[in-house]
Design a protein around this ligand. Structure first.
Ligand SMILES: Cc1cc2nc3c(=O)[nH]c(=O)nc-3n(C[C@H](O)[C@H](O)[C@H](O)COP(=O)(O)OP(=O)(O)OC[C@H]3O[C@@H](n4cnc5c(N)ncnc54)[C@H](O)[C@@H]3O)c2cc1C
Length: 382
């Protein structure tokens, strides 16, 4: 059986994982990435990893390495500071398919994740990396673009893309926080936007702090000490913010969705280049990992599939992924609309939601399972 020739544009987390997945499935991969490896590693970010991603990494044979670098958390505290309500989700709220897990989820530093992926790519003889693309698209069976939110491939291929920015922005940085219960992550809803605290090693947390565009701008002008003082004022559980570690980045946030182009049979966009939603709930990279898994499944054993199937691969992929993506866009949007305000008429519903999440394990477990297992359960038993 002839190996398929695949070109992947972009070696962020999505493109790198895609290259590794396809190289393990009878593909020769050309990976194009304009950035140097040190620049690819240098982003100061942390990602929440869910159970669905853990299962996919296990299937790809990468979990052992990732688990060593990731920090597992056993409880997640979800709070609504406006109505002073909260609920704690624990590992025993996980569904049966995760019953051996002691962790609810994990947090991994961008650098550690990329190091694992790039080291595996560098030792894989089926992947060749280039900084500049001097190849002809026609010589490839598929060209897959994972070139991020501002994808130039999406524009070049004239793919329809719907995008709407939120009137929130966030700053993201690592900080030493003292006084929090061990292995606890936080999602705190505030009227200005959510605040996420993702635990990493040694009392270090990835802080992802949303507020209005003007307020974010103002926060960026503060000294580290002023920023930490402001953060300490709103931190729960008597947590104290002690030190900023590394750089402070800021991001705009948008909900966005690309439609497949019927004439682009052999060109697909995946990961952030194809979709975007509010980072509340930490789903961004996890959805990209599910994209990678589905592409691998679709391209695997293509020879044994019908002509019709092969002709409409891009539609097939779109149908497989659209449920998950559209629900995430709506779900995260609903969370932001309901919880990022001081509108008193929303308070009874918010109280009601927290009451039922606290009191009824069945509801807590099902709602949380949507975020951690995704709509499609990815049991992945061999
Ligand atoms: C504040 C914030 C917090 C987040 N928190 C979480 C979280 O907790 N959990 C989570 O799962 N997700 C989170 N996300 C989302 C996550 O960061 C993204 O989903 C993820 O980085 C997307 O990876 P990607 O590889 O698709 O895109 P990118 O990381 O943007 O990578 C794209 C790559 O393509 C390259 N490139 C660009 N143009 C070209 C070209 N023409 N040719 C070739 N290559 C090109 C770029 O150099 C880059 O390396 C968060 C996002 C934000 C903004």
């Amino acid at each position: 059986m002839a190996k398929k020739n695949i070109k992947i544009l972009g070696s962020g987390p999505t493109g790198s994982l895609l290259a590794l997945n396809l190289a393990s499935k009878d593909c020769n991969v050309i990976l194009i990435e304009p950035l140097e490896e040190k620049d690819l590693l240098s982003k100061d970010k942390g990602y929440a990893i869910t159970q669905s991603s853990r299962r996919i990494f296990e299937k790809f044979g990468l979990w052992e390495l990732i688990e060593k670098s990731a920090y597992g958390f056993t409880t997640l505290s979800i709070m609504d500071q406006e109505i002073s309500s909260s609920v704690i989700v624990r590992a025993n709220d996980l569904k049966k398919l995760n019953d051996k897990q002691i962790n609810l989820g994990w947090v991994i530093d961008h650098r550690d994740l990329m190091k694992i992926l790039l080291d595996s790519i560098n030792s894989n003889r089926y992947i060749n990396k280039f900084k500049v693309d001097s190849t002809d698209d026609k010589t490839f069976d598929f060209v897959l673009a994972a070139d991020g939110r501002d994808s130039s491939s999406r524009k070049k291929w004239k793919i329809r893309y719907f995008k709407k920015f939120y009137n929130q922005r966030c700053i993201s940085f690592k900080a030493i926080l003292k006084g929090a219960p061990q292995k606890r992550a936080y999602e705190i809803f505030r009227h200005e936007g959510p605040l996420a605290l993702l635990p990493l090693k040694n009392c270090t947390y990835q802080v992802i702090w949303f507020s209005s565009i003007a307020d974010t701008q103002q926060k960026l002008s503060l000294s580290d000490d002023e920023l930490l003082n402001r953060l300490s004022l709103i931190l729960p559980d008597k947590i104290i913010a002690e030190k900023v570690v590394g750089a402070i980045s800021n991001y705009s946030v948008a909900k966005a969705f690309a439609l497949p182009k019927l004439t682009n049979i052999r060109k697909l966009i995946i990961g952030d280049s194809a979709h975007s939603f509010h980072p509340v709930g930490g789903q961004g990279l996890n959805s990209c990992i599910r994209d990678v898994y589905e592409i691998g499944e679709i391209l695997n054993n293509l020879e044994n599939k019908s002509n019709l199937y092969r002709k409409f691969i891009h539609l097939n992929y779109f149908l497989k992924r659209s449920n998950d993506i559209i629900s995430l866009i709506f779900f995260t949007d609903f969370l932001i609309k309901l919880f990022s305000n001081k509108i008193k008429v929303t308070y009874p519903l918010r109280n009601f939601i927290f009451y039922f999440l606290r009191k009824i394990k069945f509801i807590r477990s099902n709602v949380f399972s949507l975020m951690t297992d995704s709509i499609k359960r990815y049991k992945l038993d061999n």
